[in-house]
Design a protein around this ligand. Structure first.
Ligand SMILES: [Zn+2]
Ligand SMILES: [Zn+2]
Length: 189
């Protein structure tokens, strides 16, 4: 049950903070795992909150991310598929390679009912998924274990945002993960 007097800024960071956000009310978070749920609640997955299952965290300002999020940037984290569990809900897929400089195909997996993008997968990195921090039910994780380690495509950041204090600033792409950077430093994720 969520405490109506709590807010993101006042929540006790030493325990999970799961506010009312969308249709589901069964999100949870432990030391090593947590849930991510779409807005309507139909789709839920469990992901790792620690290495090695949790690979990286980053914010992306690339031109694709504006359209994908219908906002100005995407806040992402990368997990190994071997550590990702589907709890419920079917996902719809949309794949394209037109905007990806490396020629890789990026596939978006989203809830067919409410449209929430749960994760993206690149044909260049077949064993991992790029998830969205905003889908994570424990909002404290957004500011703790999932704090974006770096901010990429700062060259495309909207003029009225100033960037994330404490995140490494990177002009173009690359997620900060060595395996991904070696393959393509310009990849839009
Ligand atoms: Zn949904
Ligand atoms: Zn992007």
């Amino acid at each position: 049950m969520s405490d109506n007097t709590a807010s993101v800024s006042t929540a006790d960071k030493s325990k999970p903070y799961i506010p009312l956000a969308g249709g589901a009310n069964d999100g949870w978070s432990t030391e090593k795992e947590a849930t991510a749920t779409c807005f309507c609640g139909a789709v839920q997955v469990v992901f790792p909150t620690e290495s090695p299952g949790l690979v990286d965290t980053f914010v992306c300002n690339c031109t694709d991310c504006r359209k994908i999020t219908a906002s100005m940037f995407a806040s992402n984290f990368i997990v190994l598929d071997s550590h990702l569990t589907h709890v419920r809900g079917e996902l719809k897929a949309f794949a394209q390679s037109k905007t990806i400089a490396s020629g890789n195909t990026m596939t978006d997996f989203f809830c067919p009912t409410c449209g929430t993008l749960m994760y993206r997968r690149s044909s260049g990195f077949p064993d991992m998924s790029v998830m969205r921090i905003g889908t994570v039910d424990d909002f404290n994780l957004h500011e703790t274990k999932l704090f974006p380690r770096r901010e990429v495509f700062t060259k495309d950041r909207v003029g009225w945002l100033k960037g994330i204090e404490g995140a490494k600033q990177v002009e173009a792409g690359g997620s900060g993960n060595r395996k991904i950077e070696t393959k393509s430093t310009q990849e839009k994720l």
